[in-house]
Every structure is written in structure tokens, then in C-alpha cells.
Design a protein around this ligand. Sequence first.
Ligand SMILES: Cc1cc2nc3c(=O)[nH]c(=O)nc-3n(C[C@H](O)[C@H](O)[C@H](O)COP(=O)(O)OP(=O)(O)OC[C@H]3O[C@@H](n4cnc5c(N)ncnc54)[C@H](O)[C@@H]3O)c2cc1C
Length: 474
Amino acid sequence: MQYNKVTPEFIAQLEKIVPGKVHTGSDINEDFYRDEMPIYGSNPPEVVVDGTTTEDIAAIAKLCYENNIPIIPRGAGTGLTGASVAIHGGVMIDMQKMNKILEYDEDNFVVRVQPGVLLHDLAEDALGRGLLYPPDPGEKFATLGGNVSTNAGGMRAVKYGCTRDYVRAMTVVLPTGEIIKLGATVSKTSTGYSLLNLMIGSEGTLGIITELTLKVIPAPKETISLIIPYENLDDCIATVPLLMKNRLNPQAVEFMEREIVLASERFIGRETFPKQIGGVEVGAYLLVTFDGDDFDQLNDLVEKAAEVVLEEGAIDVLVADSPAKKRDAWAARSSFLEAIEAETKWLDECDVVVPVTKIAEYLKYVKSTEERYCFKIKSFGHAGDGNLHIYACGDDTVDEATFKKDVEVFMKDIYAKAAEMGGLISGEHGIGHGKMDYLADFSGAAQMRLMEGIKHVFDPKMILNPGKICYKVQ
Ligand SMILES: Cc1cc2nc3c(=O)[nH]c(=O)nc-3n(C[C@H](O)[C@H](O)[C@H](O)COP(=O)(O)OP(=O)(O)OC[C@H]3O[C@@H](n4cnc5c(N)ncnc54)[C@H](O)[C@@H]3O)c2cc1C
């Protein structure tokens, strides 16, 4: 596929559609060259256009379509797979300026938003009305359009599900410039192929989302978090299914190894997690949150949970019941990625999801391979749903080429292991550019043929965010 380059005449046509919103050359901030995982590449878009309205974006898409020029939607650029990088140049649409919360329909429990609204802003605004928008990915300053396009997961997925479960309707601009409306403010549908669900998680490769209708729920009145220390990761992971079996229904269950907690506490400059209890060195932790409307009921849950985990090998149970204690415990968890980044020169990550009962066995395998490679392996993740974040961390004694060569072998191996254990390549970050080869290996020819066929139907000239998920530009 050969794309055309942007010309001065083309830029003049863009200026006619959105005067004063077209940026080129040194006017483009370098942040737009990459996302939060620069190892998957960095490339300047030829033009960045501020997203304004559905109609303007449709006119821009039509212009790109007629001129055979790539067009790439971008949210806040917090993605971890290179999905929003303009690897083939073209026109990037910056969706961040479409950031209005348009309207709540509190009787139907939905909210209509523009796609550039930040997760943090919707979450806060909804809470102010006694409502909860349940998806809770770690990065609160991502856009909702980005969250929907990656089907972002996060901490509360174990109880409430992922972003997909909260999308009721959307407006989409197709790469041809056509505008379609998918879904409705209803909770059931059996109305043909679900194009709405196809759009969710499509990483800007099928259409540009210009409006969203999202489900909200009544916010639980109380939450309590527990820090549960264990001597080792095996004991720690073994108790996770017991929390479910005992119907304790936690809102979040995160696991973390000692090393990553130490790095995070160094990063934020505050110690919250115990390191030694009664002479026993702590090797791993669970951070568990329960929510509900009644504090006494929550206390009962906490007591029951403490009983269950202490019987199965936890060293202690620390209750974070005040806002300050909860904030401190979750601040450490929220800083894991930044803490790793701060201490690492070369970084790559894997976001596999495996059955909860396989987490310990899987991580033990992953760790056992460390000595073969030129990097250290660090991991943490969502223990409640088996979604693991595994980081290959290279220091400055290794060069980029060697790091990348080793990482490729490592990733192939651990993805194959995840598949063998009944897992999937990505639980929440997506495929983007960085994981394309692994997706092809994992899915096999028939599934890849279907994915490429779907891409072709939505995007006949393959101009929308090319080089991502299933479509490699030859
Ligand atoms: C510290 C940190 C913690 C994180 N924690 C989590 C986590 O817990 N769970 C999780 O799931 N992710 C997590 N992420 C990853 C990231 O925040 C998510 O992938 C997020 O959904 C990306 O949103 P964004 O607005 O930054 O999108 P971008 O990175 O800008 O784009 C992501 C993809 O969405 C597409 N896109 C964006 N907007 C639109 C639109 N309007 N229409 C069509 N396509 C669009 C882009 O083309 C691209 O393919 C984390 C990232 C960081 C840096």
C-alpha cells in the first residue's frame, strides 16, 4: 500500500474545514510522536488537527480518503502498545479538545460525553451526583474515547467488568467520511451483528468515535481496603479464588511483589506497606477493596476475608479504613509503572491474561526464564481477573538492539506459555503496533483472515490508523 504525502494544497483544504486548528512542523508537540511505550516506535504525524465536531471530522476523513492519506485518532497518548503512533505519517486527529460532559439521563443511568473527556473528570463529576462510572484503569488521565478504543480494564474489573460493559451507544465517523450511530440508551439488544462491540477495542482502526453514551450506576456509599502481606507469591495468589468462593465479592484484588512495592515507595517517597512482620520477611501482597452501602456489613466482609486469608497463609491483615490510609495504599499501587520507568533504561511489557488459578504457576515460569536474558523481569497485576503486567527492564549496560532481540524471544516464549495455560495475549492494553506479530502467531490464519476482512469492509483504502492490530502495510 502506498500512501500519498501531505501537500501544501491539502493543508489549505484542511484549513478551510477547521480554520486555525491545523498544526504542522515545529508547531506539533513531540508528545504526538509516541505513546507511553516508546520502544514500539516514534514518528511525527505530518499534520495534527484539533478535533472539533463530528461533521468536521467527517469532512477531514473524506478528504483523507479522497487523497489516500492516513488518518489517526489520538486520545491522551497514554496507550502502551504504540497504537496511536502515526507510523506511516498522515493526519492525526487530536480528540482531547472534544472534552465536554454533555448530559446525564439519571432515570436511565447513562451519561452522554464527547470522547476527549478524561476518565478522571467523568469519574469525579459522576461521584458528585452519587453515581459511579465503574471502569477504573490505572491511568486516570486517559480519554474515554481511548478507553473505549482499547476496551480498558483496570482495578474494578473483577466486580464490575471492563469498559465494554459500560458502552451503550456511540457516534462514529468512518474512514470514508460517513457518520453512523451505533447502539442506543437501552440495556438489551439482539439487533443484528453488534457493530458497537466491534468498535470497542478496535484501537482506532475501524472508525473515529466522536460521541459516547456510557452507563453509570449508583455509587456505593462506603469502601474499605485491606493490605494483606504474605511470605511468598504462591501463598498470596492461592487465596484469591477463596475470596470469590466465599462470596466476598471484592471490588478490586491486586497482587504485588515486594520488589515492585519497594520501587514504588522509593518513587513516591512514602512507606505504606509492611516489610517484616513478627520476624517474617514479606515477599508479596494483596491489596483488596470491598464496597457497599452499609459500614457494618463491610466490616463483616472484612472479618470474614481476614479469617479466610489468615487460615490460608497470610501473615497479617492491615485495614485501610480512613480516606488517608486508602489513598496511601492505592497511591503506591498507582505508581508502579512510573516507578519502573524511573529506574529503567529500556522497557517493554506484556499484558497477558491467564485463568486466576494459573497466575502463580505462570509467574513462576516467567521468573525462571530471567537468567536467559539481558534484563530483569518485574510483575504486578490484577489478581482478581488474572490480568498480569510483566515488564522486561534493561539497564544501561545493555544496548537497544540486544535488548530488543532478547525481548522478542522472551515475549514469544511467555505468550506461548500463556496460550498453553488457557490465556490470551492482552487483557486490557490491546495489540496496537507492538504486539501484532504475537497476535498473528496466537490467533492463527483463519482468525487473522476474518480480522483483515473486517478491517477492509470498514476501511476500503486502509487509511485509518494503518499498521495496527491485523493490518501490516507492505
Ligand atoms: C501509568 C499507566 C497506567 C495504565 N493503567 C491501565 C490500566 O490499569 N488498564 C488499562 O486498560 N490501561 C491502562 N493503561 C493504558 C492506557 O491508559 C489505556 O490504553 C487508555 O485506554 C488509552 O487512552 P488514551 O486516551 O491515552 O488513548 P491513546 O493512547 O491516545 O490511544 C489509544 C488507542 O485508541 C485510539 N483512539 C483514541 N481515541 C479515539 C477515538 N475517539 N476514536 C477512535 N479511536 C481512538 C487510538 O487511535 C489508539 O489506537 C495505563 C497507562 C499508563 C501510562
